[in-house]
Design a protein around this ligand. Sequence first.
Ligand SMILES: [Zn+2]
Length: 140
Amino acid sequence: MLEPSCYRLIATAWPLTIQLWMHQHRPMHEMSLCESALQIIEAQARIQTFHRVRRIVLEIGTLATIDTDALRWCFEIVAAHGVARGATLDIVVVPAHAWCQACALAVDIAQRGDACPRCGGHALMTDSGDALRIKELEVD
Ligand SMILES: [Zn+2]
């Protein structure tokens, strides 16, 4: 862990959300996501005048079908020459939420097509889980 004195946490304008567009099955899906995330981080570096990112926490919805190993690999390439070079990348996979019409409740699901964990029904409306979100940055 970093000492609190050696970084400041940006509390404004977070979390920033990058919505994935669905049906994106082309190769190097993770590369374009990394590029989008880095563009946002570089823009924030200019706005908030920080020069180095020490740690990035990315929150990924379980429905986003992102290969986290590929994401880390792409990140190292994309971040090699910017403010985020050498930054620690923490990836948090969060469950998707769906609304079960039968239970009239929000439930967690692991993937599209899953049944409701309470009633076993399939009348579910997915309302999140396919987003990539920059949850936290530690910067100098
Ligand atoms: Zn249900």
